[in-house]
Design a binder for this molecule. Structure first.
Ligand code: SF4
Length: 369
């Protein structure tokens, strides 16, 4: 009996230009953003459907910038999905979008196809910070993109912000929060800038050009926490806030450890304790998928220990916390210490981060594994 999978991820690797801090698999489209690429995605899906039953409750189209696809490619992909899988159970269909990559007609096409949630990559409202990040939009273009999405009928819009960007002042971050709240978002993701492998930012950081300041990071994070809490958001994961009922179902399923199928170059899947990555090379991926070849790479069988570590790391970041049973028994004393130090709370067999603990979640997990 083939497994039933309820989470579908599609990776579209194209970006108008490459942001110097971004570690995802992405590139400019060139001639690769073609009908062949869309057909390759659908061919890969068809191949996977020989071994899994896909009855999605959530779909997430990420990248890259899926909103960069042309309207005709987008419609081809949406109808190809509908031809292959029953979409009746889909409750949440998220599309990652960037300002300047869509117009009113495209926004309406997203909505008509069934997308009911858009995550807009704004990152900052301060022009100087946008320039540092190498973003190609202005604050006005981001506001216009937001208006187009609302105009197309989206009542579940998320906005992505980044903080602790070198050179960004506390006032600029406060201004970014002000501008964001003025748009009345339904959901917010706010991430601390990190220096990812194989990025221009990491090179500059190692050369001493871009700093790291843990105190500044913690201050910005706590300011964000206070500001969003008093604005009525539920803080349901360390970096994510939502209006009641607007939490991301798809990401919450990842954090619970549900299986998911990922399609597209560089996408990751986890099904029945097996994890693989789809070939992270768009041209080779397209050729292989269209020839009916298996495009999985890096296939690994996850051990119970792998799953325990992963569950501890993801669940501790959530509002519900992590079952204490996930902690390595040899780290029991660390739990007592972390509680005494005010970084963790214990409640009904679960461990929950305190406000003090939230900015330090990665090091706390490190002490518990
Ligand atoms: S941050 Fe987003 S827009 Fe920038 S390169 Fe990465 S995926 Fe593309």
């Amino acid at each position: 009996m083939s497994p039933i999978i309820r989470r579908l991820y599609l990776h579209v690797p194209f970006c108008a230009r490459e942001c110097p801090y971004c570690g995802f698999y992405k590139h400019t489209p060139g001639r690769l953003a073609s009908t062949d690429f869309i057909d390759a995605l659908l061919a890969e899906l068809s191949l996977r459907l020989e071994t899994v039953q896909m009855i999605p409750e959530s779909i997430f189209m990420g990248g890259g910038t899926p909103s960069l696809l042309s309207r005709s490619h987008w419609l081809r992909l949406a109808s190809g999905l509908a031809d292959r899988i029953d979409l009746a159970a889909v409750r949440e269909w998220t599309l990652e979008a960037n300002p300047r990559t869509f117009d009113v007609a495209k926004a309406e096409a997203f909505r008509a196809a069934g997308v009911n949630r858009v995550s807009l990559g704004v990152q900052s409202w301060a022009p100087r910070t946008l320039a540092t990040l190498g973003r190609d939009h202005t604050p006005d273009q981001a506001r216009e993109a937001w208006r187009m999405l609302r105009g197309a009928g989206f009542d579940n819009l998320s906005l992505d912000l980044m903080f602790s960007i070198p050179g960004e002042t506390a006032e600029e971050w406060q201004q970014s929060l002000d501008e964001t709240l003025a748009l009345a978002p339904d959901h917010l993701s706010c991430y601390n800038l990190t220096y990812e492998e194989d990025t221009a930012f990491l090179t500059r950081h190692l050369a001493g050009e871009l700093d790291v300041d843990p105190d500044r990071d913690a201050d910005r994070y706590l300011e964000t926490l206070n500001r969003l809490e008093t604005s009525g958001f539920i803080h349901y994961e360390v970096s994510n806030w939502a209006r009641p009922g607007k939490e991301s179902r798809h990401n919450a399923a990842y954090w619970r450890g549900e299986d998911y199928l990922g399609i597209g170059p560089g996408a990751v899947s986890t099904i029945n304790g097996q994890r693989w990555k789809t070939l992270p090379d768009t041209a080779a991926y397209t050729r292989a998928a269209l020839s009916g070849e298996d495009v999985r790479t890096e296939v690994e069988n996850l051990t119970a220990e792998d799953l325990r570590l992963e569950a501890l790391g993801t669940r501790l970041r959530t509002l519900e916390g992590a079952p204490e049973s996930l902690v390595n028994p040899s780290a029991a004393e660390e739990v007592t210490l972390l509680v005494a130090e005010g970084f963790l709370n214990r409640r009904e067999g679960r461990l929950l981060l305190t406000r003090r603990g939230m900015p330090l979640v990665d090091s706390i997990v490190g002490r518990l594994v």
